[in-house]
Design a protein around this ligand. Structure first.
Ligand code: TXE
Length: 495
């Protein structure tokens, strides 16, 4: 029996029912109601932000040395590991994702906390080369209060990617989960408050504030105590948020959408490429910013490769996330499934061939869930809307290319620049293409691998800034320079 967290938000260090509107979260596999969650109000956001600012300034937190703050992160990592099955089941119920995927996301959340603790303990400040009678140091200090705003697709992992470095940096954090999927963030918040309590740290260092983006998200961004925003979500939302942040001259990091090219060269290992292309776009039912949703195949291979791909895609197992053999689980919400279906209708209108999928699966086991069949389209030019806009569902569009120039031109002909996959045995071609494609991450003979130690983020309309890696902590700090005079003679104006 799945335990859902109580209907309580974490405001100013205390768990209590939010004073805003109630929403029902749904299990997208069945359409059944999972839990009721009350949103917080803008006044509660303000209360949480004030309390967070006080907590961030309290000596028992502010004065901790890095290795002491790291203890909080390692404790959270252990608590996540101890509760891994529960968190994975909760995320599967809330987002629909397959258990194999949510288990991996929970493991990655724990790894992020553990890695960030190690990075924190080993991060060094700089003594810069002196150019006079002084010693110069460059040091980093917390910002104070950070807002972390996340979407619905991978909450536990995207929460950890922001919370771990923001806390490591010495801040307090206001976390806003997405409207459709608040449960895992609320459960994670409980674990972090437990760790804060055990270490006798102020619980107001974390707030978990469910509610809509328009009301709660906006209140977080505008709050005068909030000095930095870390955002993952849609490009238009990110742009709007950056405009508000500009008024406050507040730094933002934006992890936004993508329409990532995945490229099969003529000499590719076909078996690997077929599996990699399918995994790259259809895992998470395509609801992944890094989904390899535009497939470019060398023209000589095109018909054979796409034909075999379609034969295999039709055999992918579609089912509830809880079934161990499910490969393509339901989408997050019926409304999102309808949006994806509308995109496929648009593709038909643009003249696409629907090679497989293009509909919800039939049968009583799918009737009440937000299912959509994995879909392969082709026959469209790269400037069609279907090839340019992020669909965020199990929809792949295939295009041929003639040569490397043609490939790079088409791959870069996109507002996005998040990721790219290259399948080839030619290491020189892989190198050339990897360096020429505008993408924050390039995978060569692999796809969707992720590591806590490797920076992640987008170019162009895919975002600003990087998450993960050693530098993630620094992105949540302010840099300060210190000059320490060593002269025994007075400055020129003395006397
Ligand atoms: O994202 P939103 P949505 C893409 C994907 C998807 C589309 C819309 O194409 O179909 O975006 O998804 C909060 N001020 N991606 O509607 O609206 C919101 O409450 C402050 C790509 O879910 O961007 C949620 O917590 N916050 C993506 C978060 O922002 C605001 C992942 C994201 O919501 C706000 C998800 C505001 N004015 C969707 N408005 C990826 N790159 O992984 C909304 N929010």
């Amino acid at each position: 029996m799945l335990r859902t967290p109580p209907d309580e938000a974490l405001v100013a260090g205390r768990w209590r029912r939010g004073g805003g509107a109630a929403t029902q979260t749904l299990d997208p596999a069945t359409g059944a109601a999972l839990a009721t969650v009350h949103a917080v109000t803008p006044d509660e956001v303000s209360e949480a932000a004030r309390a967070a600012a006080r907590a961030a300034a309290e000596p028992q937190w502010y004065d901790l040395l890095p290795h002491q703050r790291a203890r909080l992160l390692t404790r959270v990592a252990t608590l996540i590991e101890d509760n891994a099955e529960h968190l994975a089941a909760l995320q599967t119920a809330d987002t629909g994702k397959a258990l194999t995927e949510t288990r991996a996301l929970v493991a990655s959340a724990a790894a992020t906390f553990r890695y960030t603790a190690a990075a924190l303990e080993t991060a060094e400040e700089a003594i810069t080369p002196s150019r006079g009678a002084y010693v110069t140091l460059s040091v980093h200090e917390p910002i104070g209060v950070v807002g972390a705003i996340n979407p619905w697709n991978s909450p536990v992992a995207s929460d950890a990617q922001k919370l771990a470095p923001a806390l490591a940096a010495g801040n307090a954090v206001l976390l806003k989960p997405a409207e459709w999927t608040p449960l895992v963030s609320l459960a994670l918040g409980r674990l972090i408050t437990q760790a804060l309590g055990e270490l006798r740290l102020p619980t107001a260092l974390l707030a978990v504030l469910p509610g809509s983006g328009r009301v709660v998200g906006d209140a977080i961004v505008r709050d005068p105590h909030v000095g930095r925003i870390a955002f993952t979500g849609g490009t238009e939302t990110g742009r709007a948020l950056a405009r508000t942040a500009a008024e406050k001259l507040m730094p933002v990091s934006l992890e936004l959408g993508g329409k990532s090219p995945t490229v099969v060269l003529a000499d590719a290992d076909i078996e690997q490429a077929l599996a990699g292309v399918m995994f790259g776009v259809f895992s998470s039912s395509g609801q992944s910013c890094i989904a390899g949703s535009r497939l470019f195949v060398a023209r000589a291979l095109y018909d054979g490769f796409v034909g075999e791909l379609v034969a295999r895609v039709t055999k992918l197992r579609v089912g509830p996330g809880t079934r161990p053999d499910t490969q393509v689980a339901p989408l997050v919400h019926p409304a999102h499934r309808d949006k994806v279906a509308a995109y496929v209708d648009l593709a038909r209108g643009e003249g696409a061939r629907v090679l497989c999928g293009g509909a919800a699966p039939e049968g009583p086991e799918y009737a009440d869930g937000a299912y959509y069949l994995p879909t392969v389209l082709d026959g469209l030019p790269n400037d069609a809307r279907t090839c340019q806009e992020e669909i965020f569902g199990p929809v792949l569009v295939a295009l041929p290319f003639d040569d490397e120039e043609d490939l790079v031109r088409q791959a870069n002909d996109s507002v996005y620049g998040l990721a790219c996959g290259i399948w080839t045995r030619d290491h020189r071609a892989a190198w050339r293409i990897a360096r020429r494609v505008e993408a924050g991450t390039v995978w060569i003979n692999t796809y969707k691998q992720f590591s806590a130690s490797t920076p992640f983020g987008g170019m162009k309309a895919s975002g600003l800034g990087r998450e993960k890696g050693r530098d993630a902590i620094r992105a949540y700090q302010r840099q300060k320079s210190l000059y320490w005079g060593t002269a025994t003679t007075p400055l020129p104006w003395a006397g």
